[in-house]
Design a protein around this ligand. Structure first.
Ligand SMILES: *Cc1c(COP(=O)(O)O)cnc(C)c1O
Length: 574
């Protein structure tokens, strides 16, 4: 075998895992997840045999691209992806031993091509918060510095630097080429290409691979002054970009709406991802690109593998020492991000914590309890004590508060139809005409900080006998709907399968995709339902009600744990 150059035998091949991605949700390469503009496909359909059999001509496209970018055609070098531009820069400028400053972590081809060209690589670490190491770079600039690389926005961090920082570097490095890779400039909404007029040491790289969605066609370009572009042209092959790529890129720049709409969608999608990841307790870094770097810590490998199994590809950051425990997620459409988050939650949180609503999340002693009492008093003309109601509750076996009210009325020897009872009860609870209902007396019990801590580790849901409207009324009034990913209400369960039947609990577990769960309730039927569902039953003693007696009853009916206060919950779930 013929030995290659030493540097080639030492260099790791750049082996991005592009195989086997078909049919998957590809959030691993920061491509356009919607594809490309339909105009591109149209232009490819129109290609003639004559165009394919002849060598490509670049003039017309270059002049269109120059107009689009507001630069001159002589200031553009088309390349076979911006990857080729990176190689051309290294080949054209690096003498053996010249220094190339590369901040780390960043796009790995800079290092690869610089070392093949024989450069001495000066790697400068991003700050620990992953902000740009401006001062360190300024300090590192010296006579031997031939090239300084800045990826802006940076890949894989997503972070960016502003033009003032770039100017400081350009001014400090008059004898070095400053290369700004702007692969993601559309998402960041800015480019520093206008500085080319003032700085003859500046080269800007852009690509059709990302926002335009042409990664498979391999076309990018370098922008600089005429002289530098002429130099770089000597380092690439003359027909480096295919006529298919030229025709497609030409169509792509004619459809500005496609890119603008995609950029707007990605921006929404990214905000959604950041918000959801934060709620899961996962650190993200401020990204202006179409991807997010997320620090999952110990769980990152598990999440990466789990997502892969579900057909979602993200990028592992294992190879970057500073990014241990991180994954990089491409932000595609909002719908794709929602799917990603849903699956991620199922991977991270195997267990569900389900709540009964009344008496557990919401204090209803002055609402439903009072509605029972006042309705019964209305139909019987007798005083009813809260204890009488609690006794019935403790006994269990009633589907809802209407049934308890009916039982109470019947126990006093009075008759009223179910419909009359419900009508009166609802009038009292919801209010009538301008009069406020008893529901306005409700108080939220579960502290939001407890819920947000639980949310990080568990899927949260509600299984309540309340009608859906009344459940949502309370959640919205107290600003709590975001914590609960699944709300099972009266309407979701056939009447004969209300608690203590485990139907509602099982339905919630199925919706959340969890095989393990705990159910937190304040009455016997809750404990029975949890036991019948085969999950952990946790009883909460409502304020000021027969603590001892109820506790005993809870334990007898399946509760493993009985708490006086929902605040004690986090300690007992494991
Ligand atoms: C994706 C990417 C490129 C590669 O672009 P091509 O034009 O497809 O070669 C270049 N630089 C950065 C920072 C990238 O993320």
């Amino acid at each position: 075998m013929i030995p290659p150059r030493k540097i080639i035998s030492c260099n790791e091949p750049y082996s991005a895992p592009t195989e086997g991605r078909k049919g998957k949700l590809r959030l691993d390469f920061n491509e356009n997840t919607l594809g490309c503009s339909p105009k591109v496909i149209e232009s490819l359909r129109k290609i003639t045999a004559g165009e394919i059999s002849s060598y490509p001509a670049y003039g017309d496209f270059k002049s269109n691209l120059a107009d689009y970018l507001e630069v001159t055609p002589a200031g553009i070098l088309l390349t076979n992806g911006s990857d080729e531009a990176i190689k051309a820069i290294m080949d054209a400028y690096v003498n053996s031993g010249d220094e190339v400053i590369i901040p780390a972590p960043t796009f790995s081809l800079f290092r690869a091509y610089a070392s093949i060209a024989g450069a001495r690589i000066v790697e400068i670490d991003y700050n620990s918060d992953l902000s740009f190491p401006l001062e360190q770079i300024l300090t590192a600039i010296r006579d031997a510095t031939k090239i300084i690389i800045i990826v802006n926005p940076n890949n894989p961090t997503g972070t960016c630097i502003d033009e003032e920082c770039i100017i400081r570097i350009l001014d400090a490095a008059k004898n070095s080429l400053v290369v700004i890779d702007e692969a993601y400039w559309q998402f960041a909404g800015k480019s520093c290409k206008s500085l080319i007029a003032k700085y003859d040491n500046l080269v800007v790289l852009q690509t059709f691979s990302k926002a335009f969605g042409l990664a498979g066609l391999r076309i990018g370009y370098a922008l600089s002054n005429t002289e530098t572009i002429s130099t770089l042209r000597k380092a690439v092959s003359p027909y480096n970009v295919s006529s298919l790529a030229i025709s497609s890129a030409n169509a792509a720049i004619s459809d500005t709406d496609f890119v603008n709409e995609y950029v707007a969608e990605v921006s929404k999608s990214k905000a959604y991802l950041e918000d959801e990841l934060r709620k899961l307790g996962i650190t993200t870094y401020p990204s202006v690109a179409n991807f997010i770097l997320a620090r999952l810590g110990e769980k990152s490998e598990m999440a990466y593998d789990g997502l892969k199994q579900k057909g979602i590809l993200v990028r592992s950051m294992k190879k970057y020492p500073q990014l241990n425990g991180c994954i990089r997620i491409t932000a595609g459409t909002v719908e794709q991000s929602e799917f990603f988050i849903k699956e991620l939650k199922q991977i991270l949180r195997k267990k569900a914590v389900l709540f009964d609503m009344d008496g557990v999340l919401v204090d209803v002693s002055e609402s439903y309890r009072l509605a029972i009492r006042n309705t019964a008093e209305f139909f019987t003309g007798q005083d009813i004590s809260p204890d009488e109601i609690q006794k019935l509750k403790n006994k269990g076996g009633y589907n809802n508060d209407w049934d308890i009210t009916a039982a109470l009325i019947a126990s006093k020897g009075y008759k009223a139809s179910k419909n009359e009872i419900i009508r009166k009860f609802q009038q009292l609870y919801l209010g009538k005409n301008k009069k406020k209902g008893l529901n306005s007396n409700e108080r939220w019990i579960a502290p939001p900080e407890i819920l947000s801590a639980l949310y990080r580790e568990y899927s949260l849901g509600i299984v309540t006998g309340r009608p859906r409207d009344e459940a949502l009324l309370a959640l919205n009034r107290f600003g709590m709907p975001d914590f609960f990913e699944c709300i099972v209400t009266m309407e979701d369960c056939p009447k004969e399968r209300a608690k203590p039947d485990p139907f509602g609990i099982k339905l919630a577990m199925k919706k959340l995709g969890c095989e393990q769960a705990a159910y937190i309730g304040d009455n016997i039927d809750d404990m029975k339902a949890a036991r019948a569902a085969g999950i952990q039953a946790i009883g909460i003693i409502p304020d000021g009600t027969f603590g001892g007696e109820l506790k005993k009853a809870f334990l007898m009916n399946g509760a493993k744990i009985v708490l006086d206060d929902i605040r004690q919950l986090s300690g007992v779930l494991k």
